[in-house]
Design a protein around this ligand. Structure first.
Ligand SMILES: Nc1ncnc2c1ncn2[C@@H]1O[C@H](COP(=O)(O)OP(=O)(O)O)[C@@H](O)[C@H]1O
Ligand SMILES: [Mg+2]
Length: 216
């Protein structure tokens, strides 16, 4: 689904990547480990397209979505928590269009190719996402995920600016889970979670439809 092709990157004299070649499949579970400053965050930002390699490339078909929880520094400012995380569903019209586009593309693809099956997997996940896009289901999904993140039902209708930094990260993580990108990237997500929410997240991710790349 995502192809990392012979990527090189250096900052000044510090060489971070010297020829990385990897493929990320639609249901992969990847853990990224390395010492501080080894380039983990930079690698994720490269997958997001925020950092461009010096050599090589990251090839991502436009039907694949990538969602990223940064290590820190996320703040939501306006409205209630419910309104903020409901924005996760604003891409539904777009998703519907992508699904139509993918269907056309599927018709033109070689049914023997691995990509053909990757696309079918992705489309299955999108269809499920679209099916859950009914106002009633949307609210119950919001409540399920946000209580999983440790918020009470009353919290969900409080203003987002009432929450502190650590809770802001939980808001961002919840919103990301509700978005359900085809590749979910989490940079040290447990830093901001207590044990109960960590366990909840572990269970939730086990059933996650897409692929997951995690730094921990
Ligand atoms: N935009 C940048 N410009 C210059 N150096 C950078 C930049 N981003 C990261 N670095 C350097 O690259 C190295 C890897 O950083 P990072 O990817 O954050 O590591 P990790 O997440 O593994 O701790 C660090 O030495 C950092 O200072
Ligand atoms: Mg980092």
């Amino acid at each position: 689904m995502i192809f990392i092709k012979d990527v090189h990157l250096a900052f000044g004299h510090k060489k971070l990547f010297t020829g990385i070649a990897e493929t990320i499949g639609p249901k992969d579970r990847i853990a990224l480990v390395g010492s501080n400053g080894s380039g983990k965050t930079t690698f994720l930002r490269m997958l997001m397209g925020e950092v461009v390699p010096d050599e090589g490339e990251v090839e991502k078909p436009d039907y694949a979505t990538v969602g990223y929880l940064p290590q820190d520094g996320v703040t939501a400012k306006d409205g209630t928590l419910r309104e903020e995380v409901a924005k996760a569903f604003s891409g539904m019209t777009e998703l519907k269009e992508k699904l139509d586009e993918a269907e056309t593309k599927l018709g033109e693809m070689d049914p023997e190719a691995e990509e053909f099956y990757d696309l079918i997997d992705l489309m299955g996940a999108w269809e499920e996402q679209l099916a859950s896009f009914e106002p009633e289901k949307m609210n119950s999904r919001i409540e399920r995920v946000m209580t999983g993140m440790g918020f009470s039902l009353e919290d969900i209708d409080r203003r987002v600016d009432e929450f502190s930094g650590g809770w802001q990260m939980r808001i961002a993580l919840g919103k990301l889970l509700l978005q359900g990108p085809s590749l979910l990237i989490l940079d040290e997500p447990t830093n901001h979670l207590d044990v109960v929410s960590q366990n909840w997240l572990e269970h939730y991710l086990r059933k996650y439809q897409g692929s997951i790349l995690i730094i921990s």
